[in-house]
Structure formats: C-alpha cells, structure tokens
Design a binder for this molecule. Structure first.
Ligand code: NDP
Length: 288
C-alpha cells in the first residue's frame, strides 16, 4: 500500500510534484491558496482539501512547494499544531540558514524535517533525469525515500538540514554563470546580425569542452596547488580586457562580464599571475 502524501502549493512545480505522486498510485491530498489550481489534479484522483489544516491532517508525509520561505511560514504557521508526528519535506527554494531555522521550528512542533532542492524543471518531474537533493532527518528520509523517489533521483546529502539548499544554490550559481556568459555571447554576435541559432552549436561544443576542466579545477581548489598548466592568469587578465573592449566597441553592455575582470586583475596584482583560474576561488572567500 502506497504512503498517503499531501502536497501544499500547486504552482507549476507543486502541481508537477502532486501529479507524479498520483501517477505512482499514492493517495494524494492537495491544497493551494487559489483553490482553482487543485481542479485538474482532483480530476486525476487527488483529494482537494479545503483548508491547509485539513491538508496537513490527511497524510503522514507533507510536501511543501511554495514561492519562498516567507510563504511557507505564512501558510504553515497557523497549522503548526497539526504537524506533530508527521514528516515535513520542504521543497521550496531557500537558503541554508532558512532551512536550519525551519528544521528547528518543525522540531518545536514535533515534526520531522527534511529540506530539499529540486534540480529540475516541472516537465522533468517523475522522470529519471530529475534530481532532488535532500538534507535533514536521516530517519525521516529513509522512511520516505521510496515515496520521494517517484519525483526523480533522490539524494540525501546529510543530517544538516542546510546542505540541500547550499548545494542547490551552488548549482544554480554555476548555471546562472553559464547562462549569463551565453547571453552576453549572443548579444556580442547579435551586434553583427549573426543569428543566435547559427552561433549556438559552436557555443555548445565549446562549453562542453570547457566542462571537462572542472574536475581538475576542483582538485586544485582542494589541494591549494594552483600552478598553471598552459593558461596562466596573467595571460587571461590581458586577453579579458579585449572581451570588455569589444563589448563597448560593438555596443554591448559589459556589466555581466566585468566582475570576472576585477577578480583576474586582483589576482595578478596579488602576485598570482602565474597561477591557474582556480586561484580565484580564494579571492571570493570574504570570510576565509
Ligand atoms: P509558482 O509561481 O508557479 O507558484 C507559486 C506558489 O506559491 C503557488 O502555489 C502560489 O499560490 C503560492 N503562493 C505564493 N504566495 C503565496 C501566499 N502569500 N500565500 C499562499 N500561497 C502563496 O512557482 P513554482 O511552482 O514554479 O515554484 C515553487 C517553488 O519551487 C519555488 O521555491 C521555486 O524556486 C522552486 N523551484 C521551481 C522550479 C521551476 O522550474 N518552476 C525549479 C526548481 C525549484 P497561488 O496559486 O495561490 O498564487
């Protein structure tokens, strides 16, 4: 018999989560501030609770996916008393500090707490390519691992509830860095009316090639040995100036690319011109 699950928050992501639980045969109760968003799920067999309290009371496993942590407190605060003895899985995007505070808050109300970071977009949910990172109560995760597994690959990072948010935001940082660079590249090539679709295959193969250097960079960061093997920072800082100058010449805003130039020049000024790019991590630590 499948574990009953409650999903609170039926935005794009919450609806996808509830849909995956339904598809896997879990008795699924749903609640959303705007009740009409529960209709499509009810037609697929979900029970639409009329209040958040009723939704919490319906299942031992409560999955929450709301806009942000402020919303989570707003929605769950008034129904905290109903959480006792249940497991709260919070898949709302937030910071490590917020996750740790939520875990304490849940513990005060007698609930087990698992935080999660969804590394997927809604259409990927329920498919093997979706990854959801979890942290917090190892016992609660173990008890519900199979149920949570219907959403996608479930990875538990540790008992510290802040870990999933930390990994999630780190991965999003890497993603936005890549997207930011790609958007700047499209603006640059677009300044000469080159269609984005014509340029993009080259960008894809270039980024894939660069991706292979990440493990070596990680090793350099962990060992503290940043000696360059072919692309020293002094050379990179010099070439980078051309990247910004070309932006200005071509009428493209350089704001997305400037912070990297500042870092490169700080590293060279500090005597690290012979080192590799991995050295910059140390300049990013404001609290080493
Ligand atoms: P949506 O904007 O589609 O949905 C937001 C949800 O929050 C809705 O259920 C909305 O209810 C609810 N909400 C907002 N404000 C309030 C409030 N004051 N009181 C009660 N409910 C409120 O967002 P998503 O579903 O896409 O995202 C949900 C979470 O999932 C976010 O934390 C997001 O960062 C995360 N996420 C999303 C991904 C995505 O690609 N979509 C990917 C990975 C994570 P109502 O319908 O009544 O407005």
């Amino acid at each position: 018999k499948q574990t009953p699950v409650t999903v609170i928050g039926l935005g794009d992501m919450g609806s996808a989560l509830a849909g995956a639980f339904l598809d896997a045969g879990h008795p699924t109760t749903v609640w959303n501030r705007t009740a009409s968003r529960a209709e499509a799920l009810a037609a697929r067999g979900a029970t639409a609770a009329t209040t958040a309290a009723e939704a919490v009371a319906a299942s031992p496993l409560i999955v929450v996916c709301l806009l942000d942590q402020g919303t989570v407190r707003e929605v769950l605060g008034p129904v905290a008393g109903a959480l006792r003895g249940r497991t709260l899985v919070n898949l709302t995007n937030g910071t490590p500090r917020q996750a740790r505070e939520d875990a304490e808050w849940a513990a005060e109300h007698g609930a087990d707490y698992v935080d999660g970071g969804i590394m997927a977009v809604p259409p990927m949910i329920g498919r093997p390519e979706a990854v959801v990172l979890y942290s917090g109560s190892p016992a609660a995760f173990a008890a519900h691992e199979r149920t949570l597994g219907v959403l996608g690959g479930a990875t538990h990072l540790g008992a510290d509830p802040g870990l999933a948010a930390l990994y999630d935001l780190a991965l999003l940082s890497a993603m936005y860095g890549m997207f930011g660079g790609f958007l700047h590249a499209l603006a640059l090539t677009g300044s000469e009316k080159i269609p984005a679709a014509e340029f993009t295959p080259l960008a894809v193969s270039w980024l894939n090639a660069m991706m292979t250097s990440l493990p070596a960079m990680a090793q350099a960061v962990d060992s503290g040995d940043h000696s360059a093997i072919g692309s020293n920072l002094g050379m990179q800082a010099t070439a980078y100036v051309n990247l910004l100058d070309a932006g200005r010449e071509q009428g493209v805003a350089t704001g997305l690319m400037e912070p990297m130039q500042n870092l490169l020049h700080r590293a060279v000024a500090a005597g690290h011109g012979g080192d590799d790019l991995s050295r910059l991590v140390e300049l990013l630590r404001t609290n080493p």
